[in-house]
Write a protein that binds this ligand. Sequence first.
Ligand code: ZN
Ligand code: ZN
Length: 708
Amino acid sequence: MGASFKRRRRRTCLHDVGAAILFFGTLTQQTELRQAAKIALSELALRGYSIPSEDDPVRVFPALTNGAFSGSHAGGWRPGSIYLRQQPQGELNETVYLRHELFHEASHRTCAGKISSWAEEAGAMYFSGELAGIVPGDWPSAYELQNIKNRVRQGSELNGSDRAVLARLVVNGGWPSEACAVSTQLNDMLGGAFEDATDSSYRLVSLLSGRVLASAGDQVSRLPPGSLLKIPYAAALEHVNPDLLAAELVASDTEKLLQRREQFQDEHYRLLLSPIAEQKLPSNFELSNPQNWRAYLGERNADGEFALQATLPELALAMRAALLSRPDYFRGLSQNGLLPNSTLAGQSEADIKLLRQLQVLAKTGTVSTVDGRPLVGHLMLAWPAAHPVFMAIFRQRGVSGAGVLSKAAALLRTWQRDYPSRYAKVRVSLLTSTKTGSWDVEPDCPLVANQYRRFTVCGQFRIISTARGSRTERIVRGVLQQSGEQGPTVLETDVDSYVDGVLAAEAQNLVGSAREAMRAVIAWNGSHGSHRHNESSSLCDTTHCMVFLGEPPGDKPRRSGHVEIELMQLLDKLAVESGLNWLPFANGGDQQWQRQLSVDELRRAFAENQILDIRRERRKDGELLIRLLYPSSEELLSCEIFRNTLKLPSCPDSVKAIDNQTWQFVGVGAGHGLGLSIARAVVLAESGRNAAEILRDAYGGKKPRPSH
Ligand SMILES: [Zn+2]
Ligand SMILES: [Zn+2]
């Protein structure tokens, strides 16, 4: 309709609604219906609703008698159009249905986005007169209420039984007649879609270990993740060309992905999603309805419900498992925002540029109402694309997945600085000086394994050791790799978890700036030290590198802080200046110590009847070992384990028998005296030096003296 045509028309008077409703087909003959419509519109106008006008009319069409109307609706409504079934079944006449649909039209014009769809439906029921035959007093049961509540929470379209329950609620609780008003009593009972979740939240984790690096906002509400579920769905596909799959994932192409269902491994999918407690995935029987397949990809099932709802922590674990299980499948997600049909295409250029610069894999997920209004948006980011070490999940109410990008990009800019990927990963060989066969790694929750690596969906493994002197049980977090048949078991973990595991073994009681400095040194060595054992590009977990014990079992997960990036940069500089590729440290002190232990004490410590000899040996890679000779066997221990067993201050420099009954152990201070001395760091910290000053003292040219 052209503007000039519009201008010729006179302004409509409030009650002159004749041309505000245009009837079509057989409906034009029904004068009674036209009269009822006029009355309905003037009632709505009096209540404060914006109603159709001559300039912006509503059209009423006769509906095919066998048209697809849902449940008990005898009419249908879309903004601007009403479809009316003639001679409806049941005791209600056409006028009631027309009033119902006109209410939807007026409410859409006046209250769109302000009230939930169940509330609009309640208003329509109350206004239309359809509740006249229902006797008050019969409130729905708790069970009936639970059903409608679930669907309201998920933003699902109400079904026939929901509508019957809602009708009884309105009859008993009443409904306010002012425009867009909602009964507080019923609102307390039903609420809105995802109203219990706060507006936006996020969670940043190490993809390797699952450790939480940063999080904010609501971490407890269970919401459907939408198309983020295409990630585990894709990870559960066999024999896939990753390039083709990537194109389908960046476009979030449900139809193409559904065509791959022959390649889908249900069991693997369920394994990846096992961290999510609330799930009702379709059974084999239900899969005969193709709509139910969509539930696997995060869409509504045939009943209009979501099969799966997750908290942010659960979702992060499931996405981590999927990304780790098929890394080759997801590299193409780095094209999201660049390809014209990708879900992030058209977002802010600066934000897309940032994703590209950090080489971010991105996947969106949107949950919408049936009429396409976004209820909640999710965005999953993982980087850097080639070997991701970080993963973040963002969630925001009322926007699409792509609409979350601007908030996510703002955080990404700060994380780019605080969590550089070059300091994000540590590779450490486990129990390098302990006999194979005397220890084992056990998954602490469902295990995902392929020929290259093993990981658990919760991120954690339990190491059980029967080897003498080593801790019998401990927890490590990360991904395990076996380098060769005989090679060491290498743990890939995040730098903070590694630092915690070393601090616990090497410098448990440090506090303040001395601890901060030590933390930085361990982190620096951890993320730069894979040259220590070239064959497995890893560090070992003994004194040759740094002693790493993981966490004792049963400890609450500690969030003992994060290495300051400024300190890491300072160490980069100091290391270059002094030509170091490893920053040595030791417990320090230069006092010589000497211990004498009786043969009996030694026999008890090692549970052996007789110890013939104790010898120090140095392996080619520098590791110090102690060989114990028994009458019919011998044993090789790392010096670290040996000294821990006997509670000696450091690995002894000399071991000798001074007579038949006594062994003597002599050592100096607690280490080698190079680099950072822990004893000195404590003194400096107590005299008020900060961590940077302590590090410059240890590794720089000019050494400040402690002041008293
Ligand atoms: Zn309705
Ligand atoms: Zn080593």
